[in-house]
Ligand binder design. Structure first.
Ligand SMILES: [Zn+2]
Length: 183
């Protein structure tokens, strides 16, 4: 707590990035404003997405949202940095190029945000996705209404089994759409 400073950077066009450590883990929280809404994404240090959500938040409300997070995370010192895009530190599953930008970052004009974290390789121009266990947990917890009673029972009986079956199911769906998984 308060040992390391947090880093704030702004691209001047509605993106604010906050890099900080939480329980020894390095996290990056990014707010991207688009009109009345803001996409908030939480990344780990490799650029993998842990959570993403769209909130009703205007550009002029961004600074107070960032301040709120700073106090909630008990950050005592912040340093301003130049804005750099967040790149995934994993090889592209098709061509092996490292540091792939997020799909939403490349196609910033798109209104809708893909539910699955997608990435877009500039080298071979393919879209791929990365599903971390944390993101899968996040999806399940935030889409509880989509699961029926039977599925909820299965989840309660054996959470690990349920999650791993769900993961294989998602992987099969994406494979059928020829969208590769980033390991
Ligand atoms: Zn590639």
């Amino acid at each position: 707590m308060g040992e390391h400073p947090a880093y704030i950077s702004r691209d001047g066009r509605g993106k604010v990035k906050l890099e900080y450590s939480c329980n020894g883990e390095q996290l990056v929280r990014l707010w991207e404003n688009r009109g009345d809404n803001t996409l908030e994404t939480l990344f780990d240090s490799s650029g993998s997405i842990l959570m993403q959500r769209v909130a009703e938040l205007k550009k002029e409300e961004l600074d107070s949202k960032v301040s709120e997070t700073i106090s909630a995370e008990k950050i005592t010192k912040t340093v301003e940095l130049e804005y750099m895009p967040i790149l995934l530190d994993r090889p592209c599953p098709k061509c092996g190029a490292q540091f792939i930008p997020r799909y939403a970052e490349v196609f910033a004009s798109r209104e809708e945000v893909p539910i699955m974290p997608l990435y877009w390789c500039k080298e071979c121009r393919t879209t791929s996705y990365r599903l971390t266990d944390s993101y899968l947990e996040y999806l399940v917890e935030n889409n509880w209404a989509l699961f029926d009673g039977m599925e909820k029972k299965e989840l309660e009986a054996d959470r690990d089994k349920f999650m791993s079956e769900l993961k294989s199911y998602i992987i099969r769906i994406f494979a059928s759409k020829k969208i590769m998984c980033i390991k």
